[in-house]
Design a protein around this ligand. Structure first.
Ligand code: URA
Length: 336
């Protein structure tokens, strides 16, 4: 989304009428996302963290409400999809060696004596890890998770994707075959549809943080075939630790839930997608939360039903974008 003509804060964050952060900084954060992708060995994480330290932080969230209480239960009642997490591979980003070199050069530059105290203070302030660093650390911990049996059948833990500084978080159901293979969420057919609907609103993955209710692929093995399935309530509960820790780091203003498991976990249990889709709710996880159709469900529809559900997803994303703008204004006003 172009930020042309928008007001910008000193740190490059677009503060009015836009949900995005500065493009240059977003690129930097995206480079870091390469380290978050999938299963991370410790060498990859160390390299990613040291690279990230060379990158100016994209701004700190002013809204620091901590929401950690676990949902009691996660039910999956819904008129909607049971799951269909489809196929397509995607590329993985790379770290910037130039950024590491720049960081080293900057560290080696001598500071004038008069500035020593100021620099010490600055450094003390800089020791607080950025959201990107915290997400990388969390993803590294999740990469060896054995909280539920899904761990046994996974290829990759699919932790999340996008911009950890984003005010809009999208939460889906769980990884499918392609996500399990690549370690990235929403890279199959459902992801392609979601990306298209986001694009119609001028939004790309640079402008959101996206994850799932469960981070390992729920699969069904029957008659020699392996298919995707929805997560069980027990799997959702086991994975709620990672979801809640992730939300606590991202601290989104707005959450858009895709499908029933996410809506049950974030909005309220027993969520009725056909009746409650497209409505705004208060949530302990974000200032505002809304649910929309899961793109995998839309893909199973045909003709007018498909068109209508797709149009609903596009308009729900538009509403979420608008809500971010409003929520940012509310946060700003509440500071005075
Ligand atoms: N569907 C989901 O809910 N999540 C994914 O990551 C992919 C498809």
């Amino acid at each position: 989304m172009a930020a042309t003509g928008q007001k910008k804060a000193k740190n490059g964050i677009v503060v009015d009428d836009e949900i995005v952060v500065d493009e240059g900084e977003v690129e930097a954060v995206q480079a870091m996302a390469g380290a978050i992708v999938g299963q991370i060995d410790s060498a990859t994480v160390e390299s990613a963290v040291s690279t990230e330290q060379a990158i100016p932080e994209a701004g700190k969230s002013k809204a620091t409400r901590v929401r950690r209480s676990a949902p009691d239960e996660h039910q999956m009642r819904d008129a909607e999809p049971k799951s269909a997490l489809e196929d397509k591979n995607s590329a993985v980003t790379e770290d910037s060696e130039a950024a590491i070199a720049a960081e080293r050069a900057a560290v080696q530059t001598e500071a004038p004596a008069a500035k020593v105290n100021q620099d010490a203070e600055q450094q003390a302030g800089d020791t607080e890890p950025s959201k990107t660093q915290r997400i990388i650390t969390l993803a590294a911990a999740a990469s060896s998770c054995v909280r539920c049996d899904l761990a046994q059948g996974r290829t990759h833990v699919v932790f999340g994707d996008g911009n950890p500084e984003a005010p809009l978080m999208i939460i889906g159901e769980g990884p499918g075959q392609n996500e399990d293979a690549t370690g990235r969420p929403f890279v199959g057919r459902a992801g392609v549809l979601l990306d298209a609907c986001l694009k119609e609103n001028g939004i790309s993955r640079k402008h959101i943080y996206i994850t799932n209710v469960v981070r390992c692929r729920p699969k069904l093995v029957a008659a020699g075939r392996v298919t995707n399935r929805p997560p069980t309530p027990e799997e959702v509960k086991a994975c709620s630790y990672w979801l809640e820790e992730t939300i606590a780091v991202i601290d989104p203003l707005v959450i858009l839930c895709l499908g029933a498991p996410s809506s049950n976990a974030i909005i309220h249990k027993g969520f009725k997608m056909t009746q409650e889709r497209g409505q705004w709710f208060e949530s302990r996880f974000a200032r505002y939360a809304m649910a929309s159709w899961h793109p995998a469900y839309i893909l199973r529809l045909q003709g007018e039903a498909y068109d209508a559900a797709r149009a609903s997803l596009v308009s729900d994303i538009a509403a979420a974008r608008q809500k971010v703008i409003e929520a940012k204004k509310e946060v700003k006003l509440s500071l005075f």
